[in-house]
Design a protein around this ligand. Structure first.
Ligand code: DAH
Length: 371
């Protein structure tokens, strides 16, 4: 059994020599002072305070010393380790303070810089009005129907009893597709959706069809080559003009407010017979035709007539029903359609069509930015 080393020879335990301990301390202090970052200090800590550092190795040697030598060597190594520990802690504190200061500078937030605001998009007022009308009709049990914007000429015209000689077919109104005999047009109204629906479905039919339509008009205060219509069609047994009036009244009240009265005038459309033009009482002068009750100045909204033209309507022409395979002796139908832009201009006093098509968000903002 080996006992304590009674013949202690300090030369044999070189690591514990004062000079060696001092050298280890000097090396440690130099490395600590030279560490210019927390990572470098971490490496210095491992090298000079870690398990394999000279001072840790020296400390382990103490156990092998004779009791008489232990105290002195222990004190020396303990003090040395204490100094290294202190130096590490001090440098650590210094480097941490430097880092915190750097972060404060680098990550400084200038609260006075104007914020980058991301504006939320919103639906265009034309879309909002169309949606409001569609929703109300859906609420009454009607269905939404849609058709393509690129439409068969036959559905856009012929099936609606607009014969080949009808003026609406002339080149100046209609965008035809190349080649001219392709049989395709950009639909000039939403009425072909009526035909598509009647060809597809058996009565009873109650549909509302909003959508884009196209005509070869130049953009000016009251015209635009692309605009929107909304169309209603009902086909059922026993439908009469009284039902048509009721549906139009519902429509007008949603659009222009409760209690808005309507009137109908005889008109002509090839796809309805009889056909009517619908007017509603002017919401600005309430039908008086003057700016203020009793005044001679004419109301600017309706031009003094007290009424505003809404759109076309009528009982679906028997020929149209028959072309769609619906027996006109059993079923009758009514339809009406109107331009949304015009309704919006009237309702909100929009000055010109440009405002509606230019996409300036300041225009849309006035209608409330509904998403
Ligand atoms: N399609 C017609 C137009 O664009 C409007 C119209 C008139 C639609 C009478 C109808 C209707 O449904 O019955 O001028």
């Amino acid at each position: 059994m080996s006992g304590p080393n009674t013949n202690y020879d300090p030369v044999e335990v070189a690591a514990l020599e004062p000079a060696a301990v001092q050298a280890a301390v000097d090396a440690a202090l130099a490395a600590i002072a030279a560490a210019s970052s927390l990572d470098e200090l971490k490496a210095a800590r491992t090298a000079h305070q870690g398990e394999k550092s000279p001072l840790a190795l020296a400390n382990r040697e103490i156990g092998a010393l004779p009791p008489s030598a232990k105290a002195e060597a222990g004190k020396r190594v303990g003090q040395a380790r204490g100094r290294v520990g202190q130096a590490l802690a001090a440098r650590q504190a210094e480097l941490e303070a430097e880092r915190d200061e750097r972060i404060l500078v680098e990550e400084r937030v200038d609260v006075t810089v104007p914020a980058l605001r991301r504006r939320l998009g919103a639906r265009h007022p034309i879309e909002l009005v169309a949606q409001r009308l569609v929703d109300s009709f859906v609420g009454m049990g009607w269905e939404v129907a849609e058709g393509p914007e690129l439409e068969a000429e036959w559905l856009n015209f012929d099936a609606l009893n607009l014969g080949p000689d009808h003026p609406a077919r002339q080149m100046q109104d209609t965008f035809f597709l190349d080649p001219v005999d392709s049989g395709l047009v950009l639909r000039t109204h939403t009425s072909p959706v009526q035909i598509r629906t009647m060809l597809e479905k058996e009565p009873p039919i109650y549909i509302v069809a909003p959508g884009k339509v196209f005509r070869t008009d130049d953009l000016d205060a009251t015209h635009t080559p692309v605009f929107h219509q909304i169309e209603c069609l009902a086909v059922d047994k026993g439908l009469t003009m009284a039902h048509l009036r009721g549906a139009i009244d519902a429509f007008v009240q949603i659009m222009f407010g409760e209690g808005t009265r309507t009137r109908v005038r005889a008109s002509y459309f090839p796809f309805t017979e009889p056909s009517m033009e619908t007017d509603f009482v002017c919401f600005a002068c309430h039908g008086s035709g003057s700016t203020t009750p009793g005044s001679a100045a004419q109301c600017r909204t309706c031009g003094g007539s007290g009424w505003i033209e809404l759109g076309g309507s009528g009982m679906v022409n028997r020929k149209v029903l028959a072309a769609c395979g619906i027996d006109p002796d059993v079923y009758s139908g009514f339809a009406f359609g109107l331009g949304i832009e015009r309704a919006l201009m009237l309702r909100h006093g929009v000055q010109g069509m440009h405002e509606m098509v230019e996409g300036d968000v300041r225009f849309s903002q006035q209608f409330g930015m509904e998403v």
